[in-house]
Design a protein. Structure first.
Length: 140
């Protein structure tokens, strides 16, 4: 399988908190796609090197976001990916390791929304956007 030429995610710019229109929603962007679960399962070197790299990327990108102590809804949008669920595992683990959420299972993650989107024309490289917000009390 051929890989795309270009800078590695660790050297690409990482954006901090980008507040959305909703005051309760907090978001961040990472200018890379997490490796797919299929790639991690078949490549031992990636399995060892990628999780620490993604924990560091999430910590850096979300440094201004305070941790959630209540149940949350998480929406992950993978721009330039075809199979969203294949990229979500390593990112969810990194969000938990960065301390944004207490744990990545119920009841801490009330809902997980995954989206794969075509890369916008203005963008050259694939990227990932993560949005978090507290689950409504009647939903939790």
């Amino acid at each position: 399988m051929m890989s795309r030429a270009g800078p590695s995610p660790a050297t690409r710019p990482v954006s901090g908190d980008r507040a959305s229109a909703s005051a309760s929603c907090r978001s961040f962007r990472i200018d890379a796609l997490p490796p797919s679960l299929n790639r991690l399962l078949h490549d031992m070197r990636l399995r060892m090197s990628e999780p620490p790299k993604w924990r560091a990327l999430v910590r850096l990108a979300a440094r201004s976001i305070p941790p959630y102590r209540e149940p949350v809804v998480i929406r992950m949008t993978f721009f330039g990916a075809r199979d969203a669920d294949n990229h979500a595992k390593i990112l969810l683990d990194a969000i938990c390791a960065a301390g944004l959420i207490l744990d990545d299972r119920h009841p801490y993650v009330h809902e997980l929304r995954l989206r794969a989107r075509k890369l916008p024309d203005a963008e050259r490289w694939p990227f990932t956007r993560v949005e978090l917000w507290a689950a409504a009390e009647d939903e939790a």
